[in-house]
Design a binder for this molecule. Sequence first.
Ligand SMILES: *Cc1c(COP(=O)(O)O)cnc(C)c1O
Length: 719
Amino acid sequence: MSATTHPGGRDLDRAIAELADDLPGPLSALANVAYNYQWSWTPGGDELFASMDPQRWRRCGGNPVQFIREMGRQRLDQLAADAGFATRLDELVARVDLRRPVERSVAAGLDLDEDHPIAFLCSEYAVHASLPIYSGGLGALAGDILKEASDLGLDMVGVGLMYRSGYFHQRIDTSGWQHEYWTDTNPENLPAVIVTDDCGAPLRFSVPIDDEDVVGQVWRVDVGRVPLYLLDTDLPENGPVGRWITSRLYEGNRSIRLAQYAVLGVGGVRALRAMGVDPAVYHLNEGHAALCAFERFAEARRSGLDHDAAWQRVRSATVFTTHTPVAAGNETYSAEEILSVLGSLATSSGIDDEEFLARGRIHPEDRSEPSGMTPLAIRSARSVNGVSRRHGEVARSMWQPLFAPTPTEEVPISHVTNGVHAPSWICPPMRGLLDRHLGAEWPARASDPATWEPVARIPDDELWAARTRARTDMIDWVRERAINDRLRRGEGLGYAEAVERTLDPDVLTVGFARRLATYKRLHLVIADAERAIRLLSGDRPIQFLFAGRAHPQDDEAKRIVQTMFSLKGADGVAGRVAFLEDYDLTVARWLVAGCDVWGNLPRPPLEASGTSGMKAGLNGVLNVSVLDGWWPEAYDGTNGWAISGEVDADTAAQDRRHTSALFDLLEREVVPWFHERDADGLPNRWLAMVRRSLQTIGPRFCATRMVNDYVTGIYPPRL
Ligand SMILES: *Cc1c(COP(=O)(O)O)cnc(C)c1O
């Protein structure tokens, strides 16, 4: 498949040709590579760009289009004359060639093709660090689904928003307090093109919002074979509020958030239509895109269907994945709030206000109940699923009132457990090791347990060498980053340089990195400060790496970071603990690969899935986790460590129990087993667990298994 397929293909070809003009002839193929993120999960891709100019590559944040545009002609000519580089470029070009035939994924009962794909709608996508339109786990999952759909030859298009300022960045001051700031992204510097219509003018769609007809345009970003269409309202035709809609991810202003939902859901359908795409299935990934149901209802009515038949048609092609087991995560809005922003949309779609509001309520007839996107999505979909077995149970009981009097066990909400895109998350040393032992094309067979059987025969020394390399690479990166973080916030030189001296590439390293929501309970690690400090400074020391952003309004979570910082003066702590600012895809990639242990302490049952532990598992990092989200499905007593997942209303008592369980495990098993070495200095018992972890987590929590589950269990219409 060349870039010319799918709407916007012509625009992409033009952009590629323009970029190729900037390149010496022998390098012109780089332009093709640059305009498709396929390079980012192809072995050698990142390395090839980095080898051209490591400093600039880093400064450009891994954005190959900006990188090439900024690179001087002299260096390009030098590379063009370098036979070694030409060979490596040829190899990469062959590996990212999407015209290679793939066995296509087919969903029974659906005629999928380019014009009738699965439309995947989501408010955020974490495809690559250079495309900053994500905040965390939901985006990481969405990015991984697109990449896996591409690898599996599934006809899918993504729909999202092109945020000009994305999600906030985090800075910590010397007192440990989090500050937020936003930076602007110019989409013209990204591997993205504006989709034009048949006359060559930028394609337009519009959505009535408040009393404005908000106009949008569409950017196309290629994720392998899957085009991701990003909607953008920052256009001169719109007023300042209209332009602001696609400015920030999870904008704090509630009316703007509703407007974003309208652009994503309604604008998404209109943009697809304008591009001639008629999806076979609309996959709403979380509720943000739920308003698309109203647009499709209006279409069905215009085609002559009566009211009930029109809703039937909407449901027949909608599937919904819920990700939020926390009531507060499923926002609701009053009738006034909704009608002031979306009233004109309801009217122009021919839906009366009361029905518009009622479909978003749990009890439609209760006019005092606020409305939300999740009930609307549930009601508009023929299939609803959670993202782990346990989350499926939680979702059934949470949404039972919407299905009353159906008993909880019979509530029609299933689950597809999340998975992660192995080629994106496995670090080079582990990828090399797996390629040698599983056969180079193993990712195509990743969901088959037999693929992972040879892991049992990887010799200890090879496995340990790969794990040591991963840890050492990470520590090198962390040191540089942590020193910069400390200098920037104005710490003393001694404290800043302590990282350089004491973070140790040979020391057992435990990572805790996640969104700093209170339920993730990072505070448990420091709840027993004395015990923590003892571990850090003992004769078999360990070191901790932390990262995570707190929601700008979540002062409680910010105080946890501050408490952690207050311990920095304690003896032996400064060089054994680092908090990495601004947790994002780049930080995540290093940490999930280089740590020895990955900690996760959610308050059960509030973790829907948790995918960072899967990323860790695929890298041979051992999980220590509360049995919540995905971990009850994965943990078998041989492949990591577990802390009770029981629910307890007495949260303080539960916190105390879980803190002591965590430290018991660390003191009695994790630390001694890591240090138990044979005559060759190899930790045999530890490595046996690493093998078990790879073998059990690899096949079941890779995105290949997940997307296959959607293709076989969720997308096919139930006949
Ligand atoms: C994978 C990932 C997440 C999700 O991790 P959890 O286990 O759900 O905490 C969040 N943020 C980033 C940047 C990720 O890569």
